[in-house]
Write a new protein. Structure first.
Length: 401
């Protein structure tokens, strides 16, 4: 923990972590808030699902595009415009009743304009700390984001059910604007300029580490989404046990990230960390007892934040600085699609064979992720004795002869 204490004492690090966590806090609230509101207005979970699907599609499309725009128009400009559009779309959805197709359009707009905070902050990190601190910083970031997934759903459920779905969505807007403004006005956001990428959109996926980070992120988050569906189905659509067990899952991830964050990253690091996740999730199939699920998900969670830290570090070390934001955008898109796929597969299996089917799906996603990491181990960089900062951008310089 001394290493993390030294890291947080680095000028600006604690502030930028707190600002980005606050700005991203609505990510853990929006889907649930929209689901509860649209179901309340229309009386249909099917209609709410369609609006959520439109929002997710928008987020998946926008990730690499808005991230790349930051290298063209600047981080502050892109973040400010997307923030205002997203907040306006969510506020309109909350305050005006309209036909379902228009709700879907607003959901799509909110998804397309989701501020690329995650890509921005992970592009900024290498400019704030030295090479030895960068990997622990990525691990700390991956660990602390679990706070979002523990507290945000509890807060929005409490507000939406006890006060109302409209105040719930407006709370999302307030936190989005407040946290976003805090992050945008942070000095580090103004000091770091992303060079304009000279390669076509998507070319960064030609880098093996970026493609592998996107693929393993898809599978890891797919497994997590399947677990969430399974826990909710097991304990009668979100009883007290469901919340506690999902909290244990997140605590496992937080503990794993803080424990393993100082360990140097070699080519087998991803496979080892995904093996922990696969082991824990495979054991969930044995029993649906609450204590058993809590124990096995605590084990599985211990590999999640460390695996995410590997994805961030290997991506940073493998691309030019001008390409980092877009690369993180693709990884985010892969994770969003993974979440949708994991939820969908788990849902079908729950309907077909019961809650245990969701844990089978989660274990399958994790085992495939481990297999990908093991089979393509040569595509993972060895960062044990090298800097994980991005490759500097270089270009020809005219000289007078």
């Amino acid at each position: 923990m001394a290493g993390y204490r030294d890291l947080l004492q680095t000028p600006g690090v604690g502030r930028i972590i707190a600002a980005q966590l606050t700005a991203r806090f609505p990510n853990g609230m929006t889907s649930l808030a929209v689901l509860l509101h649209i179901e309340h207005v229309t009386g249909s979970y099917g209609a709410a699902g369609l609006v959520l699907a439109a929002t997710s599609v928008g987020q998946a499309i926008s990730g690499p595009i808005t991230s790349r725009w930051m290298g063209i128009w600047g981080m502050r400009r892109v973040l400010t415009v997307t923030l205002l559009v997203c907040a306006a779309a969510i506020a309109t959805l909350a305050l005006i009743e309209m036909p379902l197709p228009l709700y879907m359009v607003l959901g799509l707009i909110a998804g397309l304009s989701t501020p690329p905070i995650q890509s921005a902050v992970r592009t900024i990190y290498p400019k704030m700390v030295n090479s030895k601190q960068l990997t622990p910083l990525f691990s700390l970031d991956a660990s602390l984001q679990e706070i979002i997934w523990v507290l945000a759903p509890v807060l929005i459920t409490l507000v939406a059910t006890q006060v109302g779905t409209v105040p719930g969505l407006l709370l999302v807007v307030v936190i989005l604007l407040g946290g976003g403004a805090w992050f945008i006005l942070s000095p580090e956001v103004g000091r770091v300029r992303i060079p304009r990428s000279r390669r076509k959109l998507g070319r960064v996926l030609g880098k093996a580490p970026v493609l592998l980070a996107t693929a393993t992120g898809f599978l890891l988050i797919g497994a997590c989404a399947a677990v969430e569906a399974g826990v909710v189905a097991t304990f009668d659509h979100g009883g007290l046990e469901a919340g506690l067990i999902l909290a244990v899952f997140a605590v496992g991830s937080l503990a794993g990230g803080l424990s393993f964050g100082h360990i140097p990253i070699g080519p087998w690091a991803m496979a080892r960390r995904l093996a922990i996740v696969a082991l824990g999730l495979s054991l969930t199939i044995v029993s649906l007892n609450a204590w058993w699920l809590g124990a096995t998900l605590l084990v599985a969670g211990a590999g999640i934040a460390p695996a995410l830290a590997v994805m961030f570090a290997m991506t940073s070390a493998s691309v030019r600085f001008s390409e980092t934001a877009e690369a993180y955008g693709w990884i985010s898109t892969g994770q969003l699609i993974g979440a949708a796929a994991g939820s969908a597969v788990a849902g079908f299996l729950v309907d077909g064979i019961g809650p245990q089917g969701a844990y089978v799906a989660a274990a399958a996603f994790a085992l495939v992720g481990f297999a990908v990491a093991a089979v393509f181990v040569k595509g993972f960089p060895d960062l044990r004795h090298r800097d994980s900062s991005p490759i500097p951008d270089t270009e020809p310089v005219e000289t007078i002869t």
